[in-house]
Write a protein that binds this ligand. Structure first.
Ligand code: FAD
Length: 371
């Protein structure tokens, strides 16, 4: 199959890049390893009698339209419904050796406020994908090799459950975490060793994290004047928030504070039980009777995390564009994905920024060759 641009990865960045290319009249194909679009964006429906459109985020949930102009613009353009993260009421702080948890009033208010999308963040990637021509996105195909082929075209080889696929393209956008590029994709000719090393050291944002979502029949914590926000040094959840959505059963979510090795040794069933015990300790016995418990351990997902991501960075890394490529790949291979964003790298805002920058770079090269 022949196209102008092959985009590797159907996360927010790859899909935005494809939508921008499509607007410019440039043909593209998006190759995605998972059997779904969205990448780290992953929203699940409650499966508890709720409507299919009632979804909760196991990946990113928050954006900040006041300081994230690209997210604001894309969300507005698609007319997606936005609501404010629930944070009314007291915050609980659970400290080792100090029982019960301490209550702090007033609670914790983020400024600017964290906003969420009705239908989950998945609504955003679905809206972007709906702008693409039919057949543009191929899911379930993992790119393993990229090399020059006949007539100066680039062959992008992908392995899928139903067979292998090769796309021939003039140019390629790599819209996946740099560490995955270095670890999973072979290049011919090889990338410069300095670039390969630079890719390997970029931590994939949040890749070492695990998120647990617990859905309930009623928001019993709100009824007791609690926001659902908790900071705990006891665990297994270190930070909790209300995860309720409009028109759906209420919920709480938390980030697991146990290291990856401990999570692996424990297994998901034991982790769920330990989380329910913590929730009952914090919010009372009702918390041990959920409608559903969901675990997303991103560190164990090879389409997000590499072994080096098991040790999460201590703070937000200083992300930024990679060094310009020289040699045969110059102008033919371009990086996108939030980890190479010039601004707000790591966030969804960065994923859109990097996609826009990648397309601007390629658009210049494409119009030069079309003249
Ligand atoms: C638990 C969690 C919470 C987060 N919370 C927030 C938040 O509240 N706000 C915020 O702004 N950000 C948050 N983030 C970060 C946010 O998810 C990312 O910024 C954003 O989703 C990155 O998009 P991306 O397209 O750059 O990368 P990805 O979403 O990682 O997309 C890369 C895509 O490439 C695919 N892929 C990988 N390897 C291959 C291959 N060999 N061949 C083909 N395809 C491949 C992957 O399957 C994936 O679909 C969070 C992340 C996590 C995990």
């Amino acid at each position: 199959m022949r196209t102008d641009v092959a985009v590797v990865g159907a996360g927010l960045s790859g899909l935005c890049a494809a939508a921008l290319l499509t607007c410019l009249g440039v043909r593209c194909v998006v190759l995605e390893a998972r059997d779904r679009i969205g990448g780290r964006i992953c929203s699940v429906s409650s499966g508890a009698g709720g409507a299919e459109s009632v979804r909760y985020d196991l990946g990113p949930a928050w954006f900040w339209p006041d300081i994230q102009p690209r997210m604001r613009q894309w969300v507005d353009e698609f007319g997606l419904s936005v609501f404010r993260q629930y944070a009314d009421g007291a915050v609980l702080v659970e400290r080792l050796g100090l029982q019960p948890a301490q209550k702090y009033e007033p609670g914790f208010v983020t400024e600017p406020p964290s906003m969420r999308l009705a239908g989950g963040m998945q609504s955003l990637v679905e809206a972007v994908a709906a702008r693409l021509p039919q057949g543009c996105v191929r899911c379930g195909v993992r790119v393993s090799r990229i090399g020059f082929s006949d007539m100066g075209l680039i062959g992008v080889e992908a392995v899928g459950g139903t067979g292998n696929l090769t796309i021939k393209a003039d140019r390629v956008i790599l819209a996946l975490p740099p560490r995955l590029v270095a670890g999973h994709i072979g290049f011919s000719p090889a990338l410069p060793p300095s670039l390969h090393s630079a890719l390997e050291v970029v931590p994939t944002w949040m890749a070492g994290q695990a998120k647990v979502l617990v859905i309930y029949e009623s928001p019993f914590w709100r009824q007791r004047g609690l926001s659902g926000t908790v900071s705990s040094s006891v665990g297994p959840l270190g930070e909790l928030h209300d995860a309720s959505v409009p028109d759906g059963p209420p919920a709480l979510f938390g980030f697991v504070s146990l290291p990856v090795g401990a999570r692996r040794a424990m297994g998901q069933e034991a982790l769920k039980q330990s989380v329910l015990a913590q929730l009952a300790r914090l919010f009372g016995p009702q918390a041990a009777q959920p409608l559903g418990v969901y675990v997303a351990d991103w560190a164990m997902d090879p389409d997000t995390a590499m072994p080096a991501d098991c040790e999460p960075p201590s703070g937000h890394p200083a992300y930024g564009p990679l060094p310009e490529l020289a040699g045969p790949w110059a102008g033919r291979l371009v990086f996108a994905g939030t980890e190479v964003a010039a601004e707000q790298g790591g966030y969804m805002e960065g994923a859109i920024e990097a996609a826009t920058a990648a397309v601007e770079k390629l658009a210049g090269a494409i119009s030069a060759t079309r003249v």
